[in-house]
Design a protein around this ligand. Sequence first.
Ligand code: C2E
Ligand code: MG
Ligand code: MG
Length: 723
Amino acid sequence: MEYFQLFQPIFDAFDSQVALIDREGKIIALNQAWKNNSINSGFSKNTSIGDNYLNVCKTIVGSEAELARKIATEIKAIARSEKTESRLNHNSENFKLENPLVIHIKQVKQDNWFGVLIIQENMTKQMQTEISLRSVVEGTAAVTGKDFFYSLVYHLTCALSVSYAFVTECLEKTSPERVCTLAFWCKEDFGENFEYAIANTPCEQVIAGISCHYPRKLRTIFPLDHDLAKLNAESYVGVPLVNSSGTILGHLVVIDERPMEDGSTELSILKIFAARATAELERQKAERQLAYDALYDRLTDLPNRNLLSNHLNRALEKYRRDPNRKFAVFFLDLNRFKYVNDSLGHKSGDLLLVGIAQRLKTCLRASDILARLGGDEFAILLEDIQTLCEATKLAERIQQSLKSPFHLGIHEVFTSVSIGIAFSEPEINSSEDLLRNADIAMYKAKALGITNYELFDESLHTQVANRLSLETDFHHSLDRGEFRLHYQPIVSLVDGRVAGFEALSRWKHPQRGYVSPGEFITLAEETGMIIPLGWWVLQEVCYQLKEWQLQFNNFNLTIAVNISQKQFSQPNLIDSLIQILQTTGLEPQSLQLEITESLLMQDVKTTMETLRQLKVLGCGLHLDDFGTGYSSLSYLHSLPIDSLKIDRSFVQAIDSKGNNSEIVEAIVMMAKSLGLKVIAEGIETKAQLAKLQTLQCLYGQGYLFSKPLNPNSLFNWLVTRLS
Ligand code: C2E
Ligand code: MG
Ligand code: MG
């Protein structure tokens, strides 16, 4: 039997009892656990190597007698090779805890040798765990929300027979090294929740993500944790509550005044409930976040539009009851915020918004409400003010406070806000009206861009309302054929000959009459209508000029058409243009396109390419309103343009004595050196004409020669001029 002795150390390594018997039942080998009778059952008491196990079974009486009989039957069946293994449970059903056993019986065959291996396990510990688990699961299954944590700590203390249990949540934002309990069971009852610092406590490791169990001598291990002394704590088990993304939200702890056996059962049970507790914590957090998001802005922690509305409504109520309780609403919008976002990125944009919020706060009293409405818009509610002056002073204080730069990482950014202010007035019906008024005033402040703050008055409202109705009408204007073209002659300043015309759109509004392009071109750009309008203009103009060229037999006449930036960047610009020229039969040389400097500021590469293609096609190109934009003189020479149109503001600056012509002079000189033609716009007086002639500006247009005329009038004008 030497052979089996080789395996003795392996057998001995098992906590379960292991015996090897031969076909007849004679015990060949026993492990140490068996010899120690570790599970305290009749099967291992007083058995030793050489005994017959089947006989041992016969001697067993009492509660295990039935099991013994079954074991003997199974061994015999396996010996007869009717089966190869068998498993018998004893006392492990119905959660009775008297000596639950599991017996595994297994055939062992090696060459000619045949034997049976018997493994006996005591299931008390597993069963205990299972029972505890079951009681906690049953106790907490139907509970959610805050009650879940109370239920959990209560059932844990019962199931594990410990003195204390608690769940905590990390106080992340305020202080990462502190936690507060969500439920605390303290011996016989729930204790009051408390907050504590985790340094030098057993919780420190747990909150770092490591499950810990200290079955005894807890206070000796953590002498600096004075709370442990107060609780008379001896043993501790704690597990972290970690969510799926690895964030530690809190922890779950049981503490006992007595030592634990080894803490492993408690640990495995806590681990099982940690998952559920984590889910519950996350759910609560999400709920809290939802409630927060409904009223606050996450980025700046300021009240949002909803909460501001509540405050405004309350202020409005107070004011209605007592008209002395006046208040003001500020609508603030950052100037050029988009540039920060676009050039430095959204992170910097966010930083700037947070910085602005902080600066604004420093300008306010504790009772004032500062809210973020979204994007770069903020609002302030200033209650109980006596005079308008208090509001304008605040506006000035705000502008002043924003003068110093913001440091966004490595960048230094200067910014300012446009402020619109509306005051409580008896006619105001709702908080929305108030905010809208402040918003309207803000737009005016932004447009003026001087003081950067503006007070609301009714006329502003009328302007906005007018614009709104204009916008609605504008939508159908093109379909209803409400557009007309007027033509203004461009003449040679040398001999007064007609060189061509500029086509200018007019909107004939059914009620308002002619609406000037100053009012509708921006509308058209904002609504996108500029594109169909632009094509209509081009087509119309080409037909018209062709007709006049034929009527007057003058094919030198040209026409200039204003092209908006949006139309210019249409990918089909060139193709559509070719098509229009073909159908109208107009030579490309007769058509001149007027573009503005702002267009050149856009995508330089594609702009240059389009300009080049237009040049190849043969069209003329005018740079309109020259001098008002920001075009870089450095690339003017590389632009394939033919003419500069001097903006009329420079021409009109020339007084009756011909003074004030420096800018015009400079432009003419520069154009000459670049080989460009110059057309002066807005010539109204003889003095202006004379000056331009001395400066050798070759072309001009203006009321002095003719106002823009409708086609019939222009025809007549041409008749007198050309004959
Ligand atoms: P613009 O291209 O610079 O056109 C010249 C403007 O100066 C015209 O104003 C014209 O009526 C005005 N003007 C001409 N001579 C004189 C003068 O001696 N004194 C004064 N005070 N003004 C004079 P209008 O027609 O109101 O057009 C304004 C602007 O609207 C145009 O400026 C042009 O940029 C734009 N626009 C007009 N029609 C169209 C169009 O069909 N498409 C596009 N995209 N823009 C257009
Ligand atoms: Mg023009
Ligand atoms: Mg112009």
